[in-house]
Design a protein around this ligand. Structure first.
Ligand code: EAX
Length: 329
């Protein structure tokens, strides 16, 4: 026997000795986890790392089966399926969740955060923790806040520097009333659509624009159907690692805490991937042929929010919005 075979044989024998039967490779629990982008995009990268850490921390008692590229459905569908028990886990962006738990929609308010660091600090604080707890009454546990990222507008044939440039443009936004209201305040013809339907809608010309973080624009190859990348940075889009409450409660306390820790590491991996794509992805999209518009008048965009500020205050409470805005100042 060569050394490697010998080693394998002795491992197998040790397992037989310990368990009294041949090595059982099958783990006890397989959890199916979906996300809408590729494994390389930010939430995909986070899911891959979460899966790795979860398997390591539970010695393989839990295996995470990944369903990338919308294979498990659009984000709203996945979240609804988790609540129903038809899917175990997902790593969606938070936008769609306002359809289930309206308070989460607060994070979709354009120009709510000063920058990405501010957003991450808020989500990691008690504000973020309280927000995750709101999901429990819907049968969902939020394990950690990860990141989709800072969203930018892409357009088929118009450079966008100020809100007026979006006037009358049919732009797709996620299934979030807050995003629709925000873009209407910018003067756009904003309509909600599930992410898996987005590329065909841009390709057919039924929508002229969309908005997403750089990593999503890259992994979705939107450069093939959109000419302008306008660096509006109008919304910071959190992602979250979700698991069905019933699924979670079936696990041992030890495995529950292992999943919680793995989720924190997976969430961090999604933030790191978002950082990398913000840094290198803009150049890559330029190399792929997009025109990058960086002289965007973000103050004019933020000012346009005055029209809907009252609505948002009524919806989420002025105190909540103010607490987020003032956080860390
Ligand atoms: O995976 O729906 C969206 O635009 C989200 O940003 C996207 O699905 C992230």
């Amino acid at each position: 026997m060569r050394r490697r075979e010998l080693l394998l044989a002795s491992v197998a024998m040790a397992v037989v000795a310990a368990t009294g039967r041949a090595a059982v490779a099958a783990p006890q629990t397989v959890l199916r986890m979906g996300f809408t982008n590729s494994r390389a995009a930010q939430m995909g990268a986070g899911a891959v790392e979460f899966a790795r850490q979860a398997e390591l921390a539970t010695n393989g008692r839990i295996r995470i089966e990944l369903y990338p590229n919308g294979e498990a459905g659009g984000e709203l569908e996945m979240v609804q399926d988790i609540a129903l028990g038809a899917l175990d886990m997902a790593f969606p962006s938070s936008s769609v969740i306002n359809g289930i738990e309206p308070s989460i929609g607060i994070f979709d308010i354009p120009f709510l955060f000063r920058d990405v660091a501010h957003a991450r600090a808020v989500l990691d604080s008690d504000i973020g923790k309280q927000s995750l707890l709101q999901l429990e009454s819907h049968g969902i546990i939020g394990l950690a806040w990860g990141e989709n990222g800072l969203r930018h507008v892409t357009t088929a044939n118009t450079a966008v520097r100020k809100p007026g440039d979006l006037s009358g443009i049919k732009i797709r936004v996620p299934q979030s009333e807050v995003m629709v209201a925000g873009f209407k305040a910018f003067g756009a013809d904003a309509q909600a659509l599930a992410f898996p339907d987005l590329y065909p809608a841009l390709a057919s010309g039924s929508f002229q624009a969309e908005e997403n973080p750089i990593g999503v624009i890259l992994s979705g190859n939107f450069d093939r159907v959109q000419r302008y990348l306008n660096l509006t940075g109008h919304v910071y889009s959190p992602g979250l690692i979700l698991i069905g409450k019933h699924v979670f409660e079936r696990l041992s306390p030890e495995d529950q805490s292992a999943l919680g820790q793995a989720a924190v590491l997976g969430a961090k991996a999604s933030r790191d991937a978002a950082d990398r794509s913000e840094k290198a992805g803009i150049d890559e999209l330029r190399n792929r042929g997009m025109t990058v518009v960086s002289d965007v008048d973000r103050v004019a965009f933020a000012d346009a929010m005055a029209k809907v500020a009252g609505d948002f205050e009524k919806r989420f409470g002025k105190d909540h919005i103010d607490a987020i805005r003032a956080f860390g100042q």
